[in-house]
Design a protein around this ligand. Structure first.
Ligand code: SOE
Length: 382
């Protein structure tokens, strides 16, 4: 067991901190677009990474003023354009509704800003492609918060697969269940395709699941067939045209098979993302609601591996910033993601940073899921 004092050595340095007494680095300056739950999470993560949150813009000047006040941000801009052109802003964090992601991120890139854009990166693969190209053309960082990659035990599962300890991956079962949209009175901008895009449950949470699955097994979905379901055709008096649930069967390029199930109407399930991988030697199971352990099963027996940096792979240990027994979770994963994204802005190449290319990948899988469900057929994933 690593003594508590030594664990920080495997963690990441905060911005502004330097090794060996070198001159301190100026904090990055963040501008946030959006004023809801995710804006709050991004503001906290940016500050934890040592950045300064200097400006905020939202759908109106008044909502920007309110959110800036609540989050302790000095400048509330009247428009998003004002924010992306603010010379004090180095990185724009896009936390507004899905349909605005592409136009806001494109405007920020055009203004020469690095961008962290919430998922889904865009509501179509064509828009996501334009974002990948714009970031590359400008030599700018584009990152997407597939933050579940930042749980240390996810990195541990990935390392075990990469090292061959799990054997050849035969099958994967992924599910992501929530219940916050269970009742017909549960309304949110996400349920309306004009604001959220043509896919809701899959784009919102299935995108996390696919990203995590491909990240952990180092393989890609090749083809899939899917079906979707809707619990309520109308919510709060408005017709709903997005799915509440999606079920997917898939094959990977590497020859594995598997299933995915996502639901935002599963009673009692709050944020239950579960990934269960079976290789020829061992099975691995990670549950987002119990992120401090990884279940590792072999024919000879199963055990729960604890998040203890002294026994983990280097990448899992790197993200394990407090000693074992001091629970880490979603907020820590988010902070680690932003720390790595900001490190990339400074020219670093952090391991496993989800970029716009990964956002495009999720958009392609989402389109394949909707196409397959509409055509009731197998679809190749581009
Ligand atoms: C709501 O479904 C939500 O907040 C998602 O938008 C997030 O991406 C997910 O991490 C948690 O649930």
């Amino acid at each position: 067991m690593t003594p508590p004092g030594e664990v920080a050595a495997v963690g990441l340095a905060l911005q502004g901190e330097t090794a060996g007494g070198a001159a301190p680095v100026e904090p990055l300056r963040v501008g946030i677009v959006g004023g809801g739950f995710m804006a709050r999470v991004h503001a906290g993560a940016a500050r934890a990474a040592g950045a300064r949150v200097v400006a905020l813009a939202s759908s109106s000047a008044s909502s920007a003023g309110r959110a800036a006040g609540a989050l302790g941000v000095d400048t509330a801009h009247e428009t998003v354009d004002d924010l992306v052109r603010d010379p004090r802003v180095d990185v724009v964090h896009v936390c507004s509704p899905n349909a605005t992601h592409a136009p806001v991120a494109l405007a920020a890139l055009a203004a020469g800003k690095h961008v962290i854009c919430e998922k889904p990166l865009a509501t179509s693969a064509a828009e996501a492609t334009a974002l990948v190209e714009a970031a590359a053309a400008g030599g700018l960082v584009g990152a997407v918060p597939f933050v579940y990659r930042y749980h240390p035990m996810v990195r541990e599962a990935r390392a075990r697969v990469a090292a061959g300890e799990a054997g050849r991956v035969l099958s994967v079962r992924g599910s992501y269940l929530q219940d916050w949209l269970l009742d017909s009175g549960d309304v949110d901008w996400r349920v309306d395709s004009a604001a959220g895009g043509p896919s809701r449950a899959f784009a919102d949470i299935g995108s996390h699941l696919v990203d995590l699955l491909e990240f952990v097994i180092g393989d890609r979905l090749a083809r899939l067939t899917s079906t979707t379901n809707r619990a309520h055709d109308s919510r709060g008096g408005t017709r709903v045209d997005t799915e509440d649930e999606a079920a997917v069967v898939f094959e990977t390029l590497g020859g594995a098979i598997g299933t995915l199930f996502v639901s935002q109407v599963a009673p009692g399930r709050k944020n239950r993302l579960l990934l269960d991988v079976s290789g020829t030697a061992e099975s691995l199971e990670f549950s987002q609601e119990e992120p401090e352990t990884l279940w590792v099963g072999r024919r000879s027996g199963a055990r729960l591996v604890p998040r203890d940096a002294s026994i983990l792979s280097p990448d899992a240990a790197r993200l394990s910033t407090v000693p074992a027994g001091h629970p880490m979770g979603y907020v820590d994963a988010f902070a680690a993601f932003v720390r790595d994204a900001h490190d990339a802005v400074r020219g670093g190449a952090p391991e496993g940073l989800p970029t716009f290319a990964d956002g495009l990948r999720a958009a392609r899988v989402t389109e394949a899921v909707l196409d397959s469900a509409a055509g009731r057929t197998w679809v190749d994933v581009p």
